[in-house]
Design a protein around this ligand. Structure first.
Ligand code: GLY
Length: 379
C-alpha cells in the first residue's frame, strides 16, 4: 500500500481531531449506554430496550478505538461497561447467533487482547463456542439467524457472516484447537462458491436445505430484490473475504475480496454517495452512509494485504475518496447531534432510512484511524 501524500496526512490528522473534539463531550453526556441510533439528535440506549440487538458491540468498539487514540480513561470505562452489560445476552440463547462476532469481538476479545483478563477470555470463548455450534456440516455453512416471526431460517446463511468469522479464527489462535478455524474456512469456501456472482456482486442471503446442504435459492434480503446488489452486503464481502485472507494467508480469499471491490468500484455513482443497493431504480435517491464507511475500511484492508502489488493503490484512493465525501457531505461535526454519519439505512424496503446508525460511525472512525496507523485490530 502506498504511503499517504502530505495533503492526505494533514486531512487524516484534522479528521482525528474533529472526531476527538466531538466524541469526548458526546461520550460524557451519554455515559452508561449502548447506542444504536439517535432520536432528535440524541443517542438511544439498547441496553435498556434490547440487550440482544446485533449492533450492541459497536459502541464498545468505538470506545476502545478512541481510548487507543487519546488515552482518555473515560473511553475505556465505557467500553468495559458495554462488555459487562452484554453478559445478560449470554444467558438469552435465542438472542445468540452468528452475530456473536459483531458483539464480542469489539468488546471482550479486544479487551482480552489488550489486558489479558480472564473474564473477557471467558466471554469471548462462550461466544465463539456458541457460534461454532451453528455450523451445519451438511452444507458447510454457519447458520445466520434464529427463527422469529415464524420464518424457518434453519438453512439461512448471509454475507455479513464473513465479518463474524474472526471470532472463530481468534478462538483457534487462543486455544490452539483447530476446530473453530476449520469451520470458519469451510464457511468461507461455501460463501465464495454460493454468494459471489460471476460479475463480482454478492447475494445477501443464500438458503440451503438444512438436511442435505444443497443450495436452494438466494434472496434479496435487505437489498432491492433477488439478484440485486445490497451495498452494505457488498461491503461486508470486500472486508470479510480480506479478513479470511489475513487470518489464513490463503490468497483465494484476497482475490475474492478484490473481485467484489472491482465490481463495487464499477458500480459507484459519480457523487460517491453510496445508495442502498447498486441496482436500485435510477430515479430512487436512497442512500446508505454505513455502506460507504464499511467499504472504505474494507478497501484499506484489501490495499494493505496487497502491499506493493500492482493495482493496490486504486483501492486506497477509492477508500480516501469515500471517506472525504462522507466528511464533506454526510457528517454532523457539531455537538447538536450525538452521531457522526447521516443518511444511513437499515434496508431498502423498510422504513429505516435517512437515520444515524452506530456501526456507520464505528467504521468511519476505524477507517480513518487505519490511515493514521493508529487503529486497533478489532475485526
Ligand atoms: N448485519 C445486518 C446488517 O448489516 O444490517
Amino acid at each position: 500500500m502506498r504511503i499517504l501524500t502530505q495533503e492526505e496526512e494533514k486531512w487524516v490528522e484534522a479528521i482525528l481531531k474533529k472526531i476527538t473534539d466531538k466524541m469526548v463531550p458526546v461520550t460524557e453526556r451519554n455515559r452508561d449506554r449502548i447506542p444504536y441510533t439517535t432520536v432528535d439528535g440524541r443517542f438511544d440506549d439498547k441496553s435498556e430496550s434490547e440487550i440482544t440487538w446485533w449492533t450492541n458491540g459497536f459502541w464498545g468498539g468505538e470506545m476502545w478505538q478512541l481510548f487507543n487514540l487519546t488515552g482518555n480513561e473515560m473511553f475505556r470505562q465505557e467500553a468495559i461497561g458495554v462488555e459487562e452489560k452484554l453478559d445478560r445476552n449470554l444467558m438469552i440463547s435465542e438472542g445468540l447467533d452468528h452475530d456473536n462476532g459483531f458483539k464480542w469481538l469489539p468488546t471482550s476479545v479486544i479487551r482480552y487482547k489488550l489486558e489479558k483478563n480472564k473474564e473477557s477470555l471467558n466471554r469471548g470463548m462462550l461466544a465463539a463456542g456458541n457460534m461454532a455450534g451453528r455450523f451445519n456440516p451438511a452444507g458447510n455453512f454457519i447458520r445466520a439467524w434464529n427463527n422469529w416471526d415464524n420464518v424457518d431460517r434453519r438453512g439461512y446463511a448471509i454475507i455479513d457472516c464473513m465479518m463474524n468469522l474472526p471470532l472463530l479464527y481468534w478462538a483457534t489462535e487462543e486455544t490452539t484447537d483447530p476446530r473453530f478455524k476449520v469451520m470458519a474456512v469451510a464457511h468461507a469456501d461455501t460463501a465464495m462458491k454460493t454468494f459471489v456472482r460471476e460479475d463480482g456482486s454478492v447475494n445477501h442471503i443464500v438458503v440451503f436445505d438444512p438436511f442435505t446442504g444443497e443450495m436452494t435459492e438466494s434472496l434479496g434480503g435487505q437489498g432491492y430484490g433477488v439478484g440485486s446488489s445490497w451495498t452494505r452486503g457488498q461491503s461486508w464481502g470486500i472486508y470479510g473475504f480480506a479478513l479470511s485472507c489475513r487470518y489464513t494467508g490463503d490468497r483465494k480469499y484476497l482475490e475474492t475480496s478484490r473481485k467484489i471491490a472491482d465490481y463495487v468500484l464499477s458500480a459507484m455513482p459519480e457523487s460517491w454517495l453510496v445508495p442502498i443497493d447498486y441496482r436500485q431504480p435510477a430515479d430512487v435517491d436512497l442512500e446508505d452512509s454505513t455502506a460507504a464507511a464499511i467499504t472504505a475500511s474494507g478497501l484499506i484492508e484489501l490495499a494493505d494485504l496487497l502491499g506493493d502489488e500492482e493495482g493496490a493503490d486504486k483501492y486506497l484512493d477509492a477508500a480516501i475518496r469515500l471517506l472525504k465525501t462522507l466528511d464533506e457531505k454526510r457528517i454532523s461535526w457539531g455537538l447538536e447531534t450525538d452521531n457522526l454519519l447521516n443518511n444511513c439505512a437499515v434496508d431498502y424496503h423498510g422504513d429505516g432510512h435517512n437515520m444515524s446508525i452506530i456501526y456507520g460511525d464505528y467504521y468511519f472512525i476505524e477507517a480513518v484511524m487505519k490511515l493514521a496507523g493508529k487503529a486497533l485490530t478489532i475485526f
